[in-house]
Ligand binder design. Structure first.
Ligand SMILES: *Cc1c(COP(=O)(O)O)cnc(C)c1O
Length: 727
């Protein structure tokens, strides 16, 4: 080899290493500068891989890298990416300045069954994962000492294709952790599940300053039924799901120990991880602690968040089966099967509506026993009894949960208080670069300021209307182009005529009032509500002077037939001539589709059956781009709505008549308020009243409904125990 080629090879290797180091720090998921070199390296691969920086890098040949080595612009972008990363990692720890009296060794372990970090890593099914990903990102930005545990799913969540008949086709890609921006910790656990010890490798996803450890049981060393444990998300029979949750809880605690973490607080984010405290008790007892004292220590350092009032959203397993799978853990913890059954029992628990109809809708639907049984272990009841602080995810959900679980008492009879911490979104993940620049330029809003109340959002109300309308217009145009491209792709895949693709190219208008509705197709979310009166809707959509258009996206759980029918209904509406080509359904709802929709739509529609939407977070994203919520007073919305920053549907008198009542209110709102306000233009062509509302939406919602504020609440209400928090 000549010196030149040796030198070239070394340069290429050098560059590859620098890029790999950026890719491995998932701060690129919220810092645009860190993604730029990858986009420059191969824009086509960046697009086709759904923005996977790791894919771009592994597809790059040495020759391509060498070419870029000589490119000044590229090397500048690389330098800027490294600076952005290093700055992020060196940010001061905001939380310390806020809680100076907090105990010195604070380390929070966060356990969750799914994490949505980026669209190129589809390890999430919906809101729970998005919330968990956003939680980690804010913890990193604020310097909160937190580590996290989850599972690495070989297939992730399913991929959605809707057929010509509107039937959802499900497929599962195969993900190789080696090809993702993960590090192999070299550590593993041997998790006792039933009679066997299941081996799981521990991958590390470095989320800025927060390490996320992912357990992967898809290893040759395991039997095939054990390899199944981390194959898919919310897939399989209840017995598989039970063993999966043993791996998450018990294996998760073991994994933290294996990598050298010593958490002082454990946060069970949803009941899926409720077995974790049992393993902690087992470890303390094995180390010589008295069982009762060990239990008290574990309880006092465990925080639990419940995420849904939908009955089917709470996993329940037969006591006998659970005891079989947890036998060794229970024995080590000195917990008898009978005591265990009491810990997970739920005598006297009622539904959200005090015994109302069981609503389908959670991912758990039909993969689990949803009915309460006397001899079952309810993961929520177990988590409540094994923690000392518990919360719902909005003020309303806190109230509903207190009622729902009031009969769950500690074994000594003491009541279990349930508070609330309202969810949020990680702003830098969801805001578009253009909107971030806009607010900075016109209102000096600074997203780097750790305290969201001091970022300057109150100044949003003062931005000039013409400039703001330009921002709205350009986001709507971007969305409509994105939707057309997706519709063309979907139409071609379905093998439709060229006419279909041509129609897709012209679908929607860049100037029409645009409503967005994107969320899981769970029945309680009522995606079909707006189609209750087709003629009335057709009049709104087809109005030549004041047109309206609606864009849908969402996945239904493959086994939830009601939800599948909803997806089909929306699909058929898209093709119904009465809808005038003004209804669009985008397949494969993911973080990217979510970002496009929440930034581009003028109105974000949310019409769940109250009170089943525990919080909802998608509605927190549009205000960052001047979008306005139109929502049922459920979840987070009653806390945000002030009459001036969005539209609220009046409360329905009762659950039975809610569909009819809410549909009528929705049409009335659209006809009498939304449409007229949007098209009420001043002499300058601007809808001033609309703009005032949109600016009020940004000014009042953005500074509050974000994960920075949420983490501050968790520190105050849950992570720092009463004796340790500030007076
Ligand atoms: C924001 C978001 C969610 C959560 O939204 P909900 O309001 O809870 O439905 C779910 N999925 C994706 C892809 C999102 O972007």
């Amino acid at each position: 080899m000549s010196d030149l080629t040796r030198e070239s090879a070394a340069r290429a290797a050098d560059l590859r290493q620098s890029l790999a180091a950026i890719a491995r720090n998932l701060a690129w998921t919220w810092i645009p500068e860190m993604r730029v070199p990858f986009e420059m390296l191969n824009a086509a691969a960046y697009e086709s891989s759904n923005h996977s920086v790791a894919e771009v890098l592994s597809a790059a040949t040495d020759l391509e890298l060498l070419e870029h080595y000589g490119d000044r612009e590229f090397m500048h972008a690389l330098a800027r990416a490294e600076i952005a990363r290093d700055e992020e990692m060196a940010r001061p720890s905001w939380w310390r300045s806020q809680f100076p009296a907090a105990p010195a060794p604070l380390r929070i372990a966060y356990l969750c069954s799914e994490y949505a970090l980026h669209e190129s890593m589809p390890q999430y099914a919906g809101g729970l994962g998005v919330l968990a990903g956003d939680h980690l990102k804010s913890a990193s930005e604020l310097g909160v000492p937190l580590c996290a545990v989850g599972l690495f799913y070989t297939h992730g969540y399913y991929r959605q294709e809707i057929s010509v008949e509107g039937v959802t086709r499900v497929s599962y890609p195969n993900f190789e952790p080696q090809r993702w921006p993960l590090e192999d910790t070299g550590c593993s656990v041997a998790c006792p599940i039933g009679r066997r010890r299941v081996k799981a490798r521990i991958w590390l996803a470095q989320v800025g300053r927060v390490p996320l450890y992912l357990l992967d049981a898809n290893l040759r060393a395991n039997r095939s039924e054990d390899r199944e444990l981390t194959m898919g998300l919310y897939k399989g029979e209840p017995s598989l799901r039970l063993r999966q949750q043993v791996l998450l809880g018990v294996g998760g605690v073991m994994a933290l120990q294996a990598v050298g973490e010593s958490p002082t607080v454990f946060h069970l984010n949803e009941g899926h991880a409720a077995f974790a405290p049992l393993q902690r008790v087992a470890q303390l007892v094995e180390a010589g602690a008295q069982p009762a004292a060990a239990m008290e220590r574990v309880r006092s350092s465990t925080v639990f968040t419940t995420h849904t009032p939908v009955p089917a959203g709470h996993d329940r397993y037969g006591v006998r089966e659970a005891v079989v799978q947890l036998k060794r853990v229970l024995r080590s913890a000195c917990i008898s099967p009978r005591a265990f059954a009491q810990m997970g029992g739920e005598d006297g628990v009622t539904d959200a509506q005090g015994g109302g109809a069981a609503q389908a809708g959670s991912e758990a639907t039909s993969s689990c026993t949803s009915a309460k049984k006397p001899s079952s272990i309810c993961m929520t009841a177990l988590a409540l009894r094994l923690s000392s602080r518990a919360n719902g995810v909005s003020a309303l959900h806190g109230e509903v949960s207190r009622k729902m679980w009031q009969s769950i008492r500690h074994l000594d009879g003491a009541p279990i208080p349930i508070g609330h911490v309202t969810n949020g979104v990680h702003v830098r993940t969801w805001i578009s670069s253009q909107a971030e620049r806009f607010w900075h330029e016109h209102a000096s809003i600074d997203l780097r300021e750790p305290d969201p109340a001091r970022q300057g959002w109150e100044r949003a109300a003062q931005v000039p209307h013409a400039e703001f309308w330009g921002l709205r217009q350009s986001h709507r145009v971007r969305l409509v182009h994105f939707v057309r491209e997706r519709l063309v792709r979907q139409s071609m895949r379905r093998g439709e005529s060229e006419l279909g693709a041509f129609a897709a190219l012209q679908a929607l208008s860049t100037d029409a009032l645009t409503i967005g509705f994107a969320r899981r197709f769970a029945t309680y979310k009522r995606a079909g509500l707006i189609f209750s009166d087709i003629d009335r809707l057709a009049k709104l959509l087809g109005n030549p002077q004041r047109p309206l258009q609606i864009i849908f996206a969402g996945k239904a759980h493959p086994r939830d037939e009601g939800a599948q029918r909803l997806a089909q209904q929306v699909f058929l509406m898209q093709r119904d001539p009465r809808m005038n080509g003004r209804v669009a359904l985008i397949e494969e709802y993911d973080m990217h589709v979510g970002r496009m929709l929440t930034s581009g739509c003028d109105v974000w529609l949310n019409n769940p059956l109250r009170p089943y939407e525990a919080s909802g977070t998608s509605g927190m994203k549009p205000p960052l781009h001047g979008g306005i919520n139109c929502s049922v007073l459920d979840g987070w919305w009653p806390e945000a709505a002030d009459g001036n920053n969005g539209w609220s549907l009046p409360l329905a008198p009762d659950e039975l008549s809610a569909d009819e009542h809410d549909a009528a209110s929705l049409y009335q709102l659209l006809e009498e308020h939304l449409v007229p306000t949007f098209y009420d233009r001043g002499a300058d062509g601007l809808p001033h009243r609309w703009i005032e509302m949109a600016l009020a939406s940004a000014a009042t919602i953005a500074p509050v409904f974000n994960t920075h504020r949420m983490i501050g609440d968790y520190l105050r209400e849950a992570y720092l125990t009463p004796t340790e928090k500030q007076p």
